[in-house]
Design a binder for this molecule. Structure first.
Ligand code: CAA
Length: 260
């Protein structure tokens, strides 16, 4: 398969792994081939010691316009139930322990918005547009949208987006906390990779522990989350990098992390 035909393009930049969704004619509509390939690329980067952070991006016009409606239109309940639609490949991203950044330009609609929400950090270009328009199809946001969106932006805004198909521009998405930061369109690629490179320069086990702890905040009570965080903090004292980081600070030099 050549680059034109590959539904995802994979490259590395130093310690950053980059996955580009590549179905431009369909605005990166997310079909099985794409979600399988994305999952495979993410797991490969996660297993690669030379990679510290991952960027998922799309085209200038579309991060992704949602699940592939052409593929889904004639599926039956039994088709999706038996094959475990969504869970079978879309949720691979939940197994990734390294930080994942969504670099979003243009449309992030339906499953595309949900994919961004499943990433750890969302960097949006000024032209980004976020929506969960499944209601227009008499469907529902079923790749985590009804669960992650209210956690990200609160119930009122999430209900508005899910029930009315309201589209948020990048500035609104930033204001509501759906995205982490907004950058000029032409800076999206460079800024997202620079952010990923900065993160990837830190100690990998510390990054993994932070990601796990912040994710725990979504999924547990405060008391449980605090307990989890405290054990993660204590575990830092078993890491070479934490001692190196603290000694480097005291010695006024740059730390040399070995990701141990
Ligand atoms: N699935 C399949 N094909 C899609 C698609 C999708 N989600 N989104 C766009 N395309 C295709 C279009 O059919 C069109 O193909 P043709 O050129 O062959 O006609 C091509 O991409 C370009 O799209 P448009 O001509 O519509 O482009 P536009 O700039 O006029 O509009 C848009 C862009 C507003 C994003 C519009 O394409 C759109 O509304 N797309 C659908 C968005 C949507 O409903 N997403 C939710 C899908 S359901 C889901 O995601 C369920 C879930 O939770 C898992």
């Amino acid at each position: 398969m050549n680059a034109q035909e590959s539904v995802v393009l994979v490259e590395t930049r130093g310690r950053v792994g980059i996955v580009t969704l590549n179905r431009p004619k369909q605005l990166n509509a997310l079909n099985d081939a794409l979600m399988d390939a994305l999952g495979e690329a993410l797991l490969a980067f996660d297993a690669d010691d030379a990679i510290g952070a991952i960027v998922i991006t799309g085209s200038d016009k579309a991060f992704a316009a949602g699940a592939d409606i052409a593929a889904m239109a004639d599926w039956s309940y039994m088709d999706v139930y038996r094959s475990d639609f969504i869970t079978r490949n879309w949720e691979t991203i939940r197994r990734v322990r390294k930080p994942v950044i969504a670099a979003v330009a243009g449309f992030a609609m339906g499953g595309g918005c949900e994919l961004a929400l499943a990433c750890d950090i969302v960097v949006a270009a000024e032209n980004a547009k976020f929506a969960l328009p499944e209601i227009k199809l008499a469907m529902l946001p079923g790749a985590g949208g009804t669960q992650r969106l209210p956690r990200a932006i609160g119930k009122a805004k999430a209900m508005d987006m899910c029930l009315s198909a309201r589209v948020l521009d990048a500035a609104e998405a930033d204001r509501y906390g759906l995205v982490s930061r907004v950058v000029p369109n032409e800076r999206l690629h460079d800024e997202s990779i620079a952010l990923a490179a900065r993160i990837a320069g830190y100690s990998l086990p510390a990054l993994m522990a932070i990601k796990e702890s912040v994710n725990r905040a979504w999924e547990s009570s405060l008391t449980e989350g605090i307990g989890f965080e405290r054990r993660q903090l204590h575990a830092r004292f078993a890491s070479d990098d934490a001692h190196e980081g603290m000694h480097a600070f005291l010695e006024k030099r740059e730390p040399e992390f070995r990701h141990r």
